[in-house]
Design a binder for this molecule. Structure first.
Ligand SMILES: Nc1ncnc2c1ncn2[C@@H]1O[C@H](COP(=O)(O)OP(=O)(O)OP(=O)(O)O)[C@@H](O)[C@H]1O
Ligand SMILES: CC(C)(CO)[C@@H](O)C(=O)NCCC(=O)O
Ligand SMILES: [K+]
Length: 260
């Protein structure tokens, strides 16, 4: 069985697959200080609670936080007796090209989204991921990652307002009824919600103009559905883009890698 780990700056998601079959998924806050032993106890407890018996033989990691990889490698070695594939490392092959400025370390989550988006929708694609940051990944006709856009995340923007302004409270995002807020919370939600609708629309329009070809726009990440409801921003929403991409990359390396 495969253990796929998607480690973002805020949350880390563990998924287990038996071949193509989904077995389970668990989420925890990202914490680089968590040890291999702590991961194992946590994972094992949750699996037992759900009556899941998993014989993990393979592991793949995408981590936007370099420091957590060490303990995840120890987890793989000590508890599953396997060497993990780490997206972004030279030994982890990708089924698509990466065409960016030399020396750029593209976020592994963006590479995984590119692979997954291309698999599901083909090329000439924009993948919008609403995570800690809001990222736009531009996928060429042949599936190559050719760059993109990094904007502050939705929750990060709201949190920044709260942190920087003494009279602004902590607010959760939601779609406000009106653009004109008649209380502080509604004003903040409007600024961030409609601001992001505008940001997404403008950036996608400009990407399409720069590429000069028709492009499909797909969204992923926890907040994507909220924006999907509101406006005609996306052609499709993908719930499970990153995990699906990790499965594809794992399979590709099994078939083409040096360890195959
Ligand atoms: N239905 C929802 N309503 C409001 N917020 C949601 C909903 N579903 C998920 N979220 C929140 O959306 C945010 C984005 O989730 P997602 O898992 O895509 O990224 P993340 O964990 O914040 O970022 P990263 O992947 O960079 O760690 C999270 O803060 C999550 O708590
Ligand atoms: C932009 C984030 C934080 C989004 O998770 C991540 O992809 C990252 O750390 N990227 C590194 C820089 C880049 O992708 O060009
Ligand atoms: K993510």
């Amino acid at each position: 069985m495969l253990l796929a780990v998607d480690c973002g700056n805020t949350n880390t998601v563990f998924s287990i697959y038996d071949g193509e079959k989904f077995v389970g998924m668990w989420r925890t806050a990202t914490d680089w200080q968590r040890t291999a032993d702590q991961y194992y106890v946590w994972l094992n407890t949750l699996m037992r609670l759900q009556g899941i018996e998993a014989d993990i033989t393979d592991m793949i990691i995408s981590s936007t936080v370099p420091r957590v990889v060490f303990n995840l490698r120890v987890l793989a070695d000590r508890y599953f007796n396997t060497r993990p594939l780490v997206v972004g490392k030279p030994e982890c092959l990708l089924p698509v090209a990466v065409r960016v400025d030399e020396g750029t370390a593209v976020g592994p989550d963006r590479l995984v989204n590119t692979v997954s988006g291309f698999d599901a929708h083909g090329g000439n694609l924009i993948v919008v991921d609403f995570g800690t940051a809001t990222t736009f990944d531009v996928v060429a006709e042949d599936g190559a990652y050719v760059g993109g856009v990094i904007a502050p995340g939705v929750n990060l923007s709201l949190e920044a307002l709260h942190q920087a302004a003494a009279a602004l409270p902590h607010v959760d995002i939601s779609k406000p009824e009106n653009v004109i807020g008649t209380n502080t919370v509604a004003c903040m939600q409007s600024g961030v919600f409609w601001g992001y609708v505008g940001l997404v629309r403008e950036i996608c329009t400009r990407i399409k103009a720069e590429r000069g070809v028709p492009m499909k726009v797909i969204s992923t990440g926890g907040l994507a559905p909220l924006f999907q409801q509101s406006a005609d921003l996306f052609d499709a929403y993908e719930d499970d883009l990153t995990m699906h991409g990790l499965q594809i990359i794992h399979k590709y390396n099994k078939e083409n890698g040096t360890d195959a």
